[in-house]
Write a protein that binds this ligand. Sequence first.
Ligand code: F6R
Length: 611
Amino acid sequence: MCGIVGYTGRENALPILIKGLYSLEYRGYDSAGVAAFTGQGLRVVKARGRIANLEERLRAEGELRCTCGIGHTRWATHGEPSDRNSHPHLGGKGKVAVVHNGIIENYKELRDRLEAHGYVFQSETDTETVAHLVDYLHTGKQEDLAQTVLAAVQRIRGSYALGVVSMSEPEEIVAARRDNPLIIGLGEGENMIASDITAIIDRTRRYIILDDNEVAVVRPDSVTVMNEFGDVVEKPVQTVTWDMSAAEKGGYQHFMLKEIMEQPKAVGDTVKPRIAKDAVLFEENGLTDERLRDIEHIHIVGCGSALHAGMVGKRVIETMCRIRCTAEVASEFRYENPIIGKKDLCIVISQSGETADTLAAMRLAKQAGAFTVAVVNVVSSTIAREADGILYTWAGPEISVATTKAYSAQLAALYLIAVKIARVRGLISLGDERALCAELQRLPQCIEQTLGCQQDMQRIAALYANRPSVFFLGRGLDYAAALEASLKLKEISYIHSEAYAAGELKHGTISLIEQGTLVVALATQPALFEKTVSNIREVVSRGAVVVLITTDDFTGDTSVCQHIVRLPKCLYEFSASLSIIPMQLLAYYVAVERSCDVDKPRNLAKSVTVE
Ligand code: F6R
Protein backbone atom coordinates (compact mmCIF):
# COMPACT_ATOMS: atom_id res chain seq x y z
CA MET A 1 0.00 0.00 0.00
CA CYS A 2 1.17 3.63 -0.45
CA GLY A 3 4.82 4.34 0.23
CA ILE A 4 6.42 7.49 1.59
CA VAL A 5 10.02 8.60 1.29
CA GLY A 6 11.60 11.94 2.15
CA TYR A 7 15.18 13.23 2.17
CA THR A 8 16.83 16.30 3.62
CA GLY A 9 20.60 16.68 3.49
CA ARG A 10 23.40 17.95 1.30
CA GLU A 11 23.14 15.71 -1.74
CA ASN A 12 20.81 15.96 -4.71
CA ALA A 13 17.57 14.62 -3.23
CA LEU A 14 15.93 13.53 -6.44
CA PRO A 15 17.93 10.36 -7.27
CA ILE A 16 17.66 9.40 -3.60
CA LEU A 17 13.90 9.85 -3.64
CA ILE A 18 13.52 7.87 -6.87
CA LYS A 19 15.67 5.04 -5.53
CA GLY A 20 13.61 5.06 -2.34
CA LEU A 21 10.41 4.91 -4.37
CA TYR A 22 11.70 1.92 -6.32
CA SER A 23 12.42 0.09 -3.10
CA LEU A 24 8.86 0.79 -1.92
CA GLU A 25 7.38 -0.51 -5.18
CA TYR A 26 6.76 -3.95 -3.67
CA ARG A 27 4.16 -2.46 -1.32
CA GLY A 28 1.83 -2.04 -4.34
CA TYR A 29 0.98 1.24 -6.11
CA ASP A 30 -0.64 2.75 -9.14
CA SER A 31 1.04 6.16 -9.40
CA ALA A 32 4.06 8.03 -8.08
CA GLY A 33 5.24 11.57 -7.48
CA VAL A 34 7.80 13.84 -5.86
CA ALA A 35 7.86 17.37 -4.43
CA ALA A 36 11.16 19.20 -4.05
CA PHE A 37 12.44 22.67 -3.26
CA THR A 38 14.15 24.25 -6.25
CA GLY A 39 15.33 27.74 -7.04
CA GLN A 40 11.83 28.49 -8.32
CA GLY A 41 10.01 27.19 -5.23
CA LEU A 42 8.23 23.97 -4.46
CA ARG A 43 7.97 21.80 -7.57
CA VAL A 44 5.68 18.80 -7.81
CA VAL A 45 6.03 16.19 -10.55
CA LYS A 46 3.76 13.14 -10.58
CA ALA A 47 2.49 10.51 -12.95
CA ARG A 48 0.00 7.71 -13.10
CA GLY A 49 1.45 4.21 -13.48
CA ARG A 50 4.95 2.97 -12.81
CA ILE A 51 7.85 5.00 -11.42
CA ALA A 52 9.41 4.85 -14.88
CA ASN A 53 6.58 7.17 -16.05
CA LEU A 54 7.50 9.62 -13.31
CA GLU A 55 11.16 9.48 -14.34
CA GLU A 56 10.21 10.17 -17.93
CA ARG A 57 8.21 13.18 -16.86
CA LEU A 58 11.08 14.42 -14.71
CA ARG A 59 13.43 14.14 -17.69
CA ALA A 60 10.98 16.04 -19.85
CA GLU A 61 10.72 18.82 -17.28
CA GLY A 62 14.49 19.36 -17.23
CA GLU A 63 16.89 19.01 -14.35
CA LEU A 64 15.46 19.48 -10.90
CA ARG A 65 18.19 19.94 -8.31
CA CYS A 66 17.30 20.09 -4.66
CA THR A 67 18.53 18.89 -1.29
CA CYS A 68 15.15 18.38 0.37
CA GLY A 69 12.07 16.65 -0.95
CA ILE A 70 9.35 14.06 -0.47
CA GLY A 71 8.15 11.23 -2.68
CA HIS A 72 5.18 8.90 -2.76
CA THR A 73 3.83 5.76 -4.37
CA ARG A 74 0.02 5.83 -4.28
CA TRP A 75 -2.41 2.92 -3.98
CA ALA A 76 -5.73 4.53 -4.83
CA THR A 77 -8.47 4.75 -2.21
CA HIS A 78 -10.24 8.09 -2.81
CA GLY A 79 -10.37 8.77 -6.53
CA GLU A 80 -9.12 6.74 -9.50
CA PRO A 81 -5.42 6.30 -10.22
CA SER A 82 -4.59 9.43 -12.24
CA ASP A 83 -1.97 12.16 -12.49
CA ARG A 84 -4.29 14.52 -10.66
CA ASN A 85 -4.96 12.21 -7.75
CA SER A 86 -1.32 11.21 -7.33
CA HIS A 87 0.64 12.59 -4.39
CA PRO A 88 2.22 14.96 -3.38
CA HIS A 89 -0.70 17.35 -3.07
CA LEU A 90 -0.17 21.06 -2.82
CA GLY A 91 -1.89 23.23 -0.25
CA GLY A 92 -2.90 26.86 -0.61
CA LYS A 93 -1.13 28.44 -3.51
CA GLY A 94 1.58 25.84 -3.66
CA LYS A 95 3.32 26.76 -0.42
CA VAL A 96 2.80 23.38 1.22
CA ALA A 97 3.16 19.85 -0.18
CA VAL A 98 1.89 16.70 1.50
CA VAL A 99 2.28 12.95 1.01
CA HIS A 100 -0.02 10.66 2.94
CA ASN A 101 -0.73 7.00 3.64
CA GLY A 102 -4.01 6.06 5.26
CA ILE A 103 -7.53 7.42 5.11
CA ILE A 104 -8.83 10.76 6.39
CA GLU A 105 -12.34 9.76 7.46
CA ASN A 106 -13.69 13.29 7.97
CA TYR A 107 -12.23 14.58 4.71
CA LYS A 108 -15.62 15.59 3.29
CA GLU A 109 -16.45 17.75 6.27
CA LEU A 110 -12.97 19.34 6.20
CA ARG A 111 -13.16 19.85 2.45
CA ASP A 112 -16.52 21.66 2.72
CA ARG A 113 -15.13 23.97 5.38
CA LEU A 114 -11.94 24.69 3.46
CA GLU A 115 -13.90 25.34 0.26
CA ALA A 116 -15.98 27.82 2.24
CA HIS A 117 -12.68 29.57 3.03
CA GLY A 118 -11.92 29.83 -0.67
CA TYR A 119 -9.66 26.80 -1.17
CA VAL A 120 -9.96 25.23 -4.59
CA PHE A 121 -9.43 21.47 -4.78
CA GLN A 122 -7.63 19.88 -7.72
CA SER A 123 -8.20 16.22 -6.90
CA GLU A 124 -10.76 13.79 -5.49
CA THR A 125 -8.43 12.64 -2.74
CA ASP A 126 -8.82 12.84 1.01
CA THR A 127 -5.14 13.84 1.21
CA GLU A 128 -5.60 17.20 -0.47
CA THR A 129 -7.68 18.32 2.52
CA VAL A 130 -4.60 17.87 4.71
CA ALA A 131 -2.49 20.00 2.38
CA HIS A 132 -5.04 22.84 2.42
CA LEU A 133 -5.71 22.44 6.13
CA VAL A 134 -2.00 22.83 6.91
CA ASP A 135 -1.85 25.86 4.65
CA TYR A 136 -4.96 27.35 6.26
CA LEU A 137 -3.64 26.85 9.78
CA HIS A 138 -0.17 28.07 8.78
CA THR A 139 -1.11 31.22 6.90
CA GLY A 140 -0.80 34.38 8.89
CA LYS A 141 0.06 32.55 12.12
CA GLN A 142 3.26 32.73 14.12
CA GLU A 143 3.45 28.98 14.58
CA ASP A 144 6.16 26.96 12.90
CA LEU A 145 5.37 24.14 10.50
CA ALA A 146 5.60 21.38 13.13
CA GLN A 147 3.17 23.15 15.46
CA THR A 148 0.85 23.67 12.51
CA VAL A 149 0.96 19.98 11.58
CA LEU A 150 0.31 19.14 15.23
CA ALA A 151 -2.75 21.40 15.15
CA ALA A 152 -3.86 19.94 11.81
CA VAL A 153 -3.71 16.30 12.87
CA GLN A 154 -5.84 17.11 15.89
CA ARG A 155 -8.62 18.04 13.47
CA ILE A 156 -8.24 14.83 11.48
CA ARG A 157 -10.18 11.61 12.05
CA GLY A 158 -8.78 8.43 10.53
CA SER A 159 -5.34 7.06 9.93
CA TYR A 160 -2.28 8.68 8.50
CA ALA A 161 1.43 8.68 7.94
CA LEU A 162 2.29 12.15 6.66
CA GLY A 163 5.26 13.89 5.14
CA VAL A 164 4.82 17.66 4.92
CA VAL A 165 7.12 20.29 3.44
CA SER A 166 6.56 24.03 3.30
CA MET A 167 8.15 26.98 1.52
CA SER A 168 8.58 28.53 4.97
CA GLU A 169 11.13 25.83 5.97
CA PRO A 170 12.94 24.67 2.82
CA GLU A 171 15.29 22.27 4.62
CA GLU A 172 12.66 20.66 6.81
CA ILE A 173 10.29 17.72 6.54
CA VAL A 174 7.58 17.34 9.16
CA ALA A 175 6.40 13.77 9.65
CA ALA A 176 3.36 12.55 11.58
CA ARG A 177 1.79 9.19 12.21
CA ARG A 178 -1.38 7.54 13.46
CA ASP A 179 -2.09 3.87 12.68
CA ASN A 180 0.22 3.88 9.66
CA PRO A 181 3.90 3.05 9.75
CA LEU A 182 6.57 5.71 9.42
CA ILE A 183 10.25 5.61 10.30
CA ILE A 184 13.00 8.21 10.33
CA GLY A 185 16.36 7.17 8.94
CA LEU A 186 19.31 8.80 10.69
CA GLY A 187 22.32 9.64 8.54
CA GLU A 188 25.42 11.84 8.70
CA GLY A 189 24.39 15.36 7.73
CA GLU A 190 21.23 13.94 6.24
CA ASN A 191 18.03 12.35 7.48
CA MET A 192 15.13 10.59 5.83
CA ILE A 193 11.54 9.61 6.42
CA ALA A 194 10.12 6.40 4.98
CA SER A 195 7.29 3.91 5.18
CA ASP A 196 9.75 1.13 5.78
CA ILE A 197 13.39 0.21 6.08
CA THR A 198 13.86 -0.82 2.44
CA ALA A 199 13.77 2.87 1.42
CA ILE A 200 16.56 3.95 3.78
CA ILE A 201 18.85 0.93 4.08
CA ASP A 202 20.85 2.08 1.10
CA ARG A 203 21.98 5.18 3.06
CA THR A 204 21.72 4.28 6.73
CA ARG A 205 21.02 1.35 9.05
CA ARG A 206 19.99 3.55 12.00
CA TYR A 207 16.40 4.60 12.40
CA ILE A 208 13.65 5.75 14.77
CA ILE A 209 10.12 4.38 14.73
CA LEU A 210 7.48 7.06 15.01
CA ASP A 211 4.62 6.12 17.35
CA ASP A 212 0.96 7.03 17.06
CA ASN A 213 0.16 10.74 17.44
CA GLU A 214 3.81 11.78 17.30
CA VAL A 215 5.12 14.52 15.04
CA ALA A 216 8.77 14.74 13.98
CA VAL A 217 10.77 17.67 12.68
CA VAL A 218 13.43 16.31 10.35
CA ARG A 219 16.32 18.53 9.25
CA PRO A 220 19.73 17.62 7.78
CA ASP A 221 21.47 17.77 11.16
CA SER A 222 18.68 17.11 13.63
CA VAL A 223 15.53 15.14 14.31
CA THR A 224 13.10 16.21 17.02
CA VAL A 225 10.08 14.12 17.93
CA MET A 226 7.10 15.53 19.83
CA ASN A 227 4.09 13.84 21.34
CA GLU A 228 0.53 15.06 20.78
CA PHE A 229 0.96 17.74 23.47
CA GLY A 230 4.02 19.13 21.72
CA ASP A 231 6.41 17.81 24.38
CA VAL A 232 9.74 16.59 23.03
CA VAL A 233 10.18 12.82 23.47
CA GLU A 234 13.36 10.77 23.48
CA LYS A 235 13.15 7.94 20.98
CA PRO A 236 15.26 4.80 21.01
CA VAL A 237 17.46 4.37 17.95
CA GLN A 238 17.07 1.01 16.21
CA THR A 239 19.53 -0.69 13.90
CA VAL A 240 18.61 -2.72 10.83
CA THR A 241 19.77 -6.27 11.40
CA TRP A 242 19.47 -7.69 7.91
CA ASP A 243 21.61 -7.15 4.89
CA MET A 244 20.68 -5.38 1.67
CA SER A 245 21.24 -8.65 -0.25
CA ALA A 246 18.20 -10.10 1.57
CA ALA A 247 16.06 -7.60 -0.31
CA GLU A 248 17.64 -8.29 -3.70
CA LYS A 249 16.75 -10.94 -6.28
CA GLY A 250 20.08 -12.79 -6.06
CA GLY A 251 19.97 -14.10 -9.63
CA TYR A 252 16.34 -15.24 -9.60
CA GLN A 253 13.95 -13.92 -12.22
CA HIS A 254 11.46 -12.90 -9.54
CA PHE A 255 11.47 -12.31 -5.80
CA MET A 256 8.63 -14.80 -5.49
CA LEU A 257 10.73 -17.69 -6.80
CA LYS A 258 13.65 -16.66 -4.60
CA GLU A 259 11.35 -16.54 -1.58
CA ILE A 260 9.79 -19.92 -2.41
CA MET A 261 13.31 -21.36 -2.47
CA GLU A 262 14.17 -19.69 0.82
CA GLN A 263 11.45 -21.55 2.70
CA PRO A 264 13.64 -24.25 4.25
CA LYS A 265 15.76 -21.48 5.82
CA ALA A 266 12.74 -19.40 6.89
CA VAL A 267 11.19 -22.38 8.65
CA GLY A 268 14.51 -23.50 10.13
CA ASP A 269 15.28 -20.01 11.48
CA THR A 270 11.81 -19.81 13.04
CA VAL A 271 11.91 -23.25 14.64
CA LYS A 272 15.53 -23.72 15.73
CA PRO A 273 15.88 -20.96 18.32
CA ARG A 274 12.66 -22.15 20.00
CA ILE A 275 13.74 -25.73 20.59
CA ALA A 276 16.20 -26.53 23.32
CA LYS A 277 16.86 -29.91 24.88
CA ASP A 278 14.11 -31.48 22.76
CA ALA A 279 11.45 -29.16 24.16
CA VAL A 280 9.70 -26.03 22.91
CA LEU A 281 11.09 -23.04 24.69
CA PHE A 282 9.20 -19.77 24.82
CA GLU A 283 11.14 -17.34 26.88
CA GLU A 284 10.41 -13.97 25.51
CA ASN A 285 6.77 -14.07 24.50
CA GLY A 286 4.83 -14.23 27.75
CA LEU A 287 3.36 -17.64 26.95
CA THR A 288 4.10 -18.98 30.41
CA ASP A 289 3.09 -22.51 31.34
CA GLU A 290 0.60 -21.13 33.81
CA ARG A 291 -1.09 -18.97 31.21
CA LEU A 292 -1.20 -21.79 28.65
CA ARG A 293 -2.69 -24.18 31.18
CA ASP A 294 -5.56 -21.79 31.87
CA ILE A 295 -6.58 -20.90 28.31
CA GLU A 296 -10.26 -21.37 27.64
CA HIS A 297 -10.47 -20.40 24.00
CA ILE A 298 -7.96 -19.49 21.33
CA HIS A 299 -8.88 -16.87 18.75
CA ILE A 300 -6.59 -16.74 15.75
CA VAL A 301 -7.03 -13.62 13.65
CA GLY A 302 -5.45 -12.47 10.43
CA CYS A 303 -6.18 -11.54 6.83
CA GLY A 304 -5.54 -13.35 3.54
CA SER A 305 -2.70 -15.84 3.71
CA ALA A 306 -2.10 -15.07 7.39
CA LEU A 307 -5.69 -16.14 8.02
CA HIS A 308 -5.09 -19.30 5.99
CA ALA A 309 -2.06 -20.07 8.15
CA GLY A 310 -4.37 -19.54 11.11
CA MET A 311 -6.88 -22.00 9.63
CA VAL A 312 -4.17 -24.64 9.47
CA GLY A 313 -3.07 -23.69 12.99
CA LYS A 314 -6.62 -24.01 14.30
CA ARG A 315 -6.81 -27.60 13.10
CA VAL A 316 -3.38 -28.53 14.44
CA ILE A 317 -4.05 -26.87 17.82
CA GLU A 318 -7.49 -28.45 18.21
CA THR A 319 -6.11 -31.87 17.28
CA MET A 320 -3.12 -31.69 19.60
CA CYS A 321 -4.44 -29.58 22.45
CA ARG A 322 -8.19 -30.18 22.51
CA ILE A 323 -8.89 -26.50 23.15
CA ARG A 324 -11.61 -24.68 21.29
CA CYS A 325 -9.85 -22.62 18.66
CA THR A 326 -11.33 -20.37 16.00
CA ALA A 327 -9.61 -18.79 13.02
CA GLU A 328 -11.29 -15.52 12.23
CA VAL A 329 -11.16 -12.91 9.48
CA ALA A 330 -9.75 -9.85 11.21
CA SER A 331 -12.01 -7.39 9.37
CA GLU A 332 -15.08 -9.34 10.55
CA PHE A 333 -13.85 -10.09 14.04
CA ARG A 334 -13.33 -6.41 14.83
CA TYR A 335 -16.95 -5.50 14.11
CA GLU A 336 -18.93 -8.56 15.22
CA ASN A 337 -18.75 -8.02 18.95
CA PRO A 338 -16.85 -11.27 19.50
CA ILE A 339 -17.17 -13.18 22.75
CA ILE A 340 -13.74 -12.82 24.36
CA GLY A 341 -12.97 -14.08 27.84
CA LYS A 342 -10.20 -13.02 30.20
CA LYS A 343 -8.64 -16.47 29.93
CA ASP A 344 -8.69 -16.45 26.15
CA LEU A 345 -5.58 -16.32 24.02
CA CYS A 346 -5.66 -14.24 20.85
CA ILE A 347 -3.01 -15.21 18.29
CA VAL A 348 -2.60 -12.42 15.78
CA ILE A 349 -0.83 -13.35 12.54
CA SER A 350 0.71 -10.81 10.20
CA GLN A 351 3.77 -10.75 7.97
CA SER A 352 3.96 -6.95 7.84
CA GLY A 353 2.75 -6.33 11.37
CA GLU A 354 0.91 -3.29 10.01
CA THR A 355 -2.33 -4.69 8.58
CA ALA A 356 -5.03 -2.27 9.73
CA ASP A 357 -7.79 -4.83 10.36
CA THR A 358 -5.48 -7.24 12.16
CA LEU A 359 -4.15 -4.46 14.35
CA ALA A 360 -7.68 -3.34 15.23
CA ALA A 361 -8.75 -6.92 15.99
CA MET A 362 -5.76 -7.31 18.29
CA ARG A 363 -6.52 -4.07 20.11
CA LEU A 364 -10.10 -5.24 20.61
CA ALA A 365 -9.03 -8.59 22.05
CA LYS A 366 -6.54 -6.86 24.33
CA GLN A 367 -9.16 -4.44 25.57
CA ALA A 368 -11.49 -7.35 26.31
CA GLY A 369 -8.81 -8.83 28.55
CA ALA A 370 -7.45 -11.63 26.38
CA PHE A 371 -3.71 -12.23 26.24
CA THR A 372 -2.50 -11.34 22.77
CA VAL A 373 0.47 -12.94 21.09
CA ALA A 374 1.61 -11.75 17.69
CA VAL A 375 3.14 -14.02 15.07
CA VAL A 376 4.84 -11.31 13.03
CA ASN A 377 7.68 -11.12 10.53
CA VAL A 378 8.61 -7.44 10.48
CA VAL A 379 10.61 -6.62 13.58
CA SER A 380 9.30 -3.69 15.64
CA SER A 381 6.21 -3.29 13.49
CA THR A 382 3.11 -1.88 15.17
CA ILE A 383 1.47 -5.24 15.89
CA ALA A 384 4.76 -6.58 17.26
CA ARG A 385 5.10 -3.60 19.57
CA GLU A 386 1.53 -3.57 20.82
CA ALA A 387 0.99 -7.30 21.42
CA ASP A 388 1.38 -8.68 24.93
CA GLY A 389 3.74 -11.32 23.61
CA ILE A 390 5.61 -11.73 20.35
CA LEU A 391 6.70 -14.77 18.40
CA TYR A 392 8.72 -13.51 15.44
CA THR A 393 8.81 -15.51 12.26
CA TRP A 394 12.38 -15.23 11.10
CA ALA A 395 11.64 -15.34 7.38
CA GLY A 396 13.68 -12.22 6.55
CA PRO A 397 12.39 -9.44 4.30
CA GLU A 398 9.63 -10.62 1.98
CA ILE A 399 9.44 -8.48 -1.14
CA SER A 400 7.06 -10.30 -3.48
CA VAL A 401 3.50 -9.18 -2.81
CA ALA A 402 2.27 -12.78 -2.73
CA THR A 403 3.53 -14.25 0.50
CA THR A 404 5.31 -17.61 0.49
CA LYS A 405 8.14 -17.88 3.00
CA ALA A 406 6.40 -15.76 5.64
CA TYR A 407 3.32 -18.02 5.36
CA SER A 408 5.49 -21.11 5.84
CA ALA A 409 7.21 -19.53 8.82
CA GLN A 410 3.77 -18.68 10.29
CA LEU A 411 2.78 -22.33 10.05
CA ALA A 412 5.97 -23.31 11.86
CA ALA A 413 5.29 -20.79 14.64
CA LEU A 414 1.77 -22.19 15.07
CA TYR A 415 3.09 -25.76 15.28
CA LEU A 416 5.46 -24.63 18.03
CA ILE A 417 2.54 -23.10 19.94
CA ALA A 418 0.51 -26.30 19.50
CA VAL A 419 3.30 -28.55 20.79
CA LYS A 420 3.95 -26.25 23.74
CA ILE A 421 0.28 -26.09 24.78
CA ALA A 422 -0.20 -29.82 24.36
CA ARG A 423 2.78 -30.53 26.61
CA VAL A 424 1.87 -27.96 29.27
CA ARG A 425 -1.66 -29.32 29.47
CA GLY A 426 -0.41 -32.87 29.82
CA LEU A 427 -1.85 -34.11 26.53
CA ILE A 428 1.48 -35.37 25.32
CA SER A 429 4.34 -37.01 27.19
CA LEU A 430 7.93 -35.84 27.37
CA GLY A 431 8.75 -38.48 24.78
CA ASP A 432 5.98 -37.24 22.47
CA GLU A 433 7.28 -33.71 22.79
CA ARG A 434 10.78 -34.89 21.94
CA ALA A 435 9.47 -36.69 18.86
CA LEU A 436 7.41 -33.67 17.76
CA CYS A 437 10.40 -31.36 18.18
CA ALA A 438 12.48 -33.71 16.08
CA GLU A 439 9.78 -33.60 13.37
CA LEU A 440 9.73 -29.81 13.55
CA GLN A 441 13.48 -29.68 13.17
CA ARG A 442 13.26 -32.04 10.20
CA LEU A 443 10.66 -29.84 8.49
CA PRO A 444 13.17 -27.60 6.60
CA GLN A 445 14.74 -30.72 5.10
CA CYS A 446 11.30 -32.05 4.04
CA ILE A 447 10.49 -28.69 2.44
CA GLU A 448 13.83 -28.76 0.63
CA GLN A 449 12.99 -32.21 -0.71
CA THR A 450 9.51 -31.06 -1.75
CA LEU A 451 11.05 -28.20 -3.73
CA GLY A 452 12.41 -30.95 -5.98
CA CYS A 453 9.00 -30.91 -7.74
CA GLN A 454 9.89 -27.53 -9.31
CA GLN A 455 10.31 -28.84 -12.86
CA ASP A 456 7.20 -31.01 -12.70
CA MET A 457 5.17 -28.03 -11.56
CA GLN A 458 6.63 -25.89 -14.34
CA ARG A 459 5.56 -28.56 -16.85
CA ILE A 460 2.07 -28.87 -15.39
CA ALA A 461 1.72 -25.07 -15.31
CA ALA A 462 2.60 -24.86 -19.01
CA LEU A 463 -0.15 -27.40 -19.81
CA TYR A 464 -2.93 -25.60 -17.95
CA ALA A 465 -1.97 -21.91 -17.91
CA ASN A 466 -4.77 -21.06 -20.32
CA ARG A 467 -7.62 -22.46 -18.18
CA PRO A 468 -10.31 -19.92 -17.30
CA SER A 469 -10.85 -21.31 -13.82
CA VAL A 470 -9.36 -23.83 -11.42
CA PHE A 471 -10.78 -25.63 -8.38
CA PHE A 472 -8.81 -26.74 -5.36
CA LEU A 473 -10.26 -29.49 -3.17
CA GLY A 474 -9.30 -30.89 0.20
CA ARG A 475 -10.64 -31.97 3.56
CA GLY A 476 -9.55 -30.81 7.01
CA LEU A 477 -5.96 -29.58 6.91
CA ASP A 478 -5.98 -30.07 3.14
CA TYR A 479 -8.97 -27.77 2.85
CA ALA A 480 -7.11 -25.03 4.77
CA ALA A 481 -4.10 -25.57 2.49
CA ALA A 482 -6.38 -25.53 -0.57
CA LEU A 483 -7.62 -22.05 0.40
CA GLU A 484 -4.05 -20.76 0.37
CA ALA A 485 -3.25 -22.61 -2.88
CA SER A 486 -6.25 -21.00 -4.55
CA LEU A 487 -5.39 -17.52 -3.28
CA LYS A 488 -1.82 -17.88 -4.58
CA LEU A 489 -3.03 -18.81 -8.05
CA LYS A 490 -5.70 -16.16 -8.42
CA GLU A 491 -3.72 -13.26 -7.00
CA ILE A 492 -0.73 -13.58 -9.31
CA SER A 493 -2.12 -15.27 -12.46
CA TYR A 494 -5.58 -13.60 -12.48
CA ILE A 495 -7.18 -16.98 -13.16
CA HIS A 496 -10.43 -17.37 -11.32
CA SER A 497 -10.10 -20.13 -8.78
CA GLU A 498 -11.98 -21.47 -5.81
CA ALA A 499 -11.07 -23.70 -2.92
CA TYR A 500 -13.70 -26.11 -1.72
CA ALA A 501 -14.05 -28.52 1.14
CA ALA A 502 -14.04 -31.66 -0.99
CA GLY A 503 -17.31 -32.98 0.42
CA GLU A 504 -19.09 -29.67 -0.09
CA LEU A 505 -18.64 -29.39 -3.84
CA LYS A 506 -21.66 -31.47 -4.67
CA HIS A 507 -23.89 -29.02 -2.81
CA GLY A 508 -23.88 -26.59 -5.69
CA THR A 509 -20.45 -25.80 -7.08
CA ILE A 510 -20.07 -29.08 -8.92
CA SER A 511 -22.36 -27.60 -11.59
CA LEU A 512 -19.32 -25.56 -12.69
CA ILE A 513 -17.27 -28.65 -13.50
CA GLU A 514 -17.23 -29.40 -17.20
CA GLN A 515 -15.05 -31.13 -19.77
CA GLY A 516 -11.44 -30.10 -19.17
CA THR A 517 -11.95 -28.14 -15.91
CA LEU A 518 -8.73 -28.27 -13.90
CA VAL A 519 -9.16 -29.58 -10.36
CA VAL A 520 -6.24 -29.75 -7.96
CA ALA A 521 -6.96 -32.18 -5.13
CA LEU A 522 -4.97 -32.25 -1.92
CA ALA A 523 -5.01 -35.52 0.01
CA THR A 524 -2.38 -35.78 2.71
CA GLN A 525 -4.41 -37.08 5.67
CA PRO A 526 -4.67 -40.91 5.74
CA ALA A 527 -7.98 -40.85 7.61
CA LEU A 528 -9.53 -38.87 4.76
CA PHE A 529 -7.71 -40.32 1.73
CA GLU A 530 -10.54 -42.52 0.54
CA LYS A 531 -13.15 -39.81 1.08
CA THR A 532 -11.21 -37.34 -1.03
CA VAL A 533 -10.60 -39.94 -3.73
CA SER A 534 -14.37 -40.44 -3.94
CA ASN A 535 -14.79 -36.70 -4.46
CA ILE A 536 -12.10 -36.81 -7.14
CA ARG A 537 -14.10 -39.53 -8.91
CA GLU A 538 -17.18 -37.30 -8.82
CA VAL A 539 -15.41 -34.48 -10.66
CA VAL A 540 -13.61 -36.80 -13.08
CA SER A 541 -16.99 -38.31 -14.03
CA ARG A 542 -18.01 -34.83 -15.09
CA GLY A 543 -14.96 -34.23 -17.26
CA ALA A 544 -12.45 -32.67 -14.83
CA VAL A 545 -8.71 -33.07 -15.25
CA VAL A 546 -7.15 -33.76 -11.84
CA VAL A 547 -3.75 -32.98 -10.35
CA LEU A 548 -3.41 -34.91 -7.09
CA ILE A 549 -1.09 -33.77 -4.31
CA THR A 550 -0.60 -36.63 -1.92
CA THR A 551 1.91 -38.32 0.33
CA ASP A 552 4.65 -40.71 -0.61
CA ASP A 553 2.97 -43.60 1.18
CA PHE A 554 -0.51 -43.26 -0.30
CA THR A 555 -1.28 -46.57 -1.98
CA GLY A 556 -4.89 -46.03 -3.01
CA ASP A 557 -6.15 -45.99 -6.58
CA THR A 558 -5.05 -42.80 -8.32
CA SER A 559 -5.67 -43.99 -11.88
CA VAL A 560 -8.30 -41.29 -12.54
CA CYS A 561 -5.79 -38.49 -11.86
CA GLN A 562 -3.79 -37.02 -14.75
CA HIS A 563 -0.87 -35.89 -12.59
CA ILE A 564 0.30 -37.03 -9.18
CA VAL A 565 2.70 -35.04 -7.04
CA ARG A 566 4.05 -37.00 -4.08
CA LEU A 567 5.25 -35.30 -0.92
CA PRO A 568 8.04 -36.66 1.28
CA LYS A 569 7.08 -38.27 4.54
CA CYS A 570 6.45 -35.91 7.44
CA LEU A 571 4.13 -35.85 10.41
CA TYR A 572 0.60 -35.68 9.00
CA GLU A 573 -0.23 -32.70 11.24
CA PHE A 574 2.56 -30.71 9.54
CA SER A 575 1.68 -31.71 5.97
CA ALA A 576 0.27 -28.28 5.05
CA SER A 577 3.89 -27.08 5.10
CA LEU A 578 4.70 -29.47 2.27
CA SER A 579 1.52 -29.47 0.19
CA ILE A 580 1.71 -25.70 -0.27
CA ILE A 581 5.11 -25.91 -1.97
CA PRO A 582 3.93 -27.43 -5.30
CA MET A 583 0.93 -25.09 -5.13
CA GLN A 584 3.14 -22.00 -4.84
CA LEU A 585 5.26 -23.26 -7.73
CA LEU A 586 2.15 -23.97 -9.81
CA ALA A 587 0.84 -20.44 -9.21
CA TYR A 588 4.26 -18.97 -9.96
CA TYR A 589 4.80 -20.80 -13.24
CA VAL A 590 1.22 -20.25 -14.44
CA ALA A 591 1.71 -16.51 -13.82
CA VAL A 592 5.03 -16.57 -15.69
CA GLU A 593 3.39 -18.45 -18.61
CA ARG A 594 0.72 -15.76 -18.72
CA SER A 595 3.37 -12.98 -18.62
CA CYS A 596 1.93 -11.54 -15.43
CA ASP A 597 3.81 -9.12 -13.21
CA VAL A 598 4.51 -11.86 -10.66
CA ASP A 599 6.01 -9.79 -7.86
CA LYS A 600 3.61 -6.87 -8.20
CA PRO A 601 0.18 -8.21 -9.14
CA ARG A 602 -2.37 -5.64 -10.19
CA ASN A 603 -4.43 -3.90 -7.51
CA LEU A 604 -2.58 -5.57 -4.66
CA ALA A 605 -0.51 -4.09 -1.87
CA LYS A 606 2.05 -5.81 0.32
CA SER A 607 1.15 -3.96 3.46
CA VAL A 608 -2.57 -3.25 3.79
CA THR A 609 -2.68 -0.30 6.13
CA VAL A 610 -6.26 0.78 5.47
CA GLU A 611 -9.36 -1.16 6.40
C1 F6R B 1 -1.40 -13.09 -0.12
C2 F6R B 1 -0.99 -12.10 0.85
C3 F6R B 1 -2.04 -11.41 1.63
C4 F6R B 1 -1.55 -11.16 3.07
C5 F6R B 1 -2.57 -10.31 3.82
C6 F6R B 1 -2.15 -10.07 5.26
O1 F6R B 1 -0.30 -13.66 -0.76
O2 F6R B 1 0.17 -11.83 1.00
O3 F6R B 1 -3.24 -12.11 1.63
O4 F6R B 1 -1.37 -12.39 3.69
O5 F6R B 1 -2.71 -9.07 3.18
O6 F6R B 1 -0.94 -9.39 5.32
P1 F6R B 1 -0.07 -9.42 6.61
O7 F6R B 1 0.41 -10.82 6.80
O8 F6R B 1 1.04 -8.46 6.36
O9 F6R B 1 -0.95 -8.99 7.74
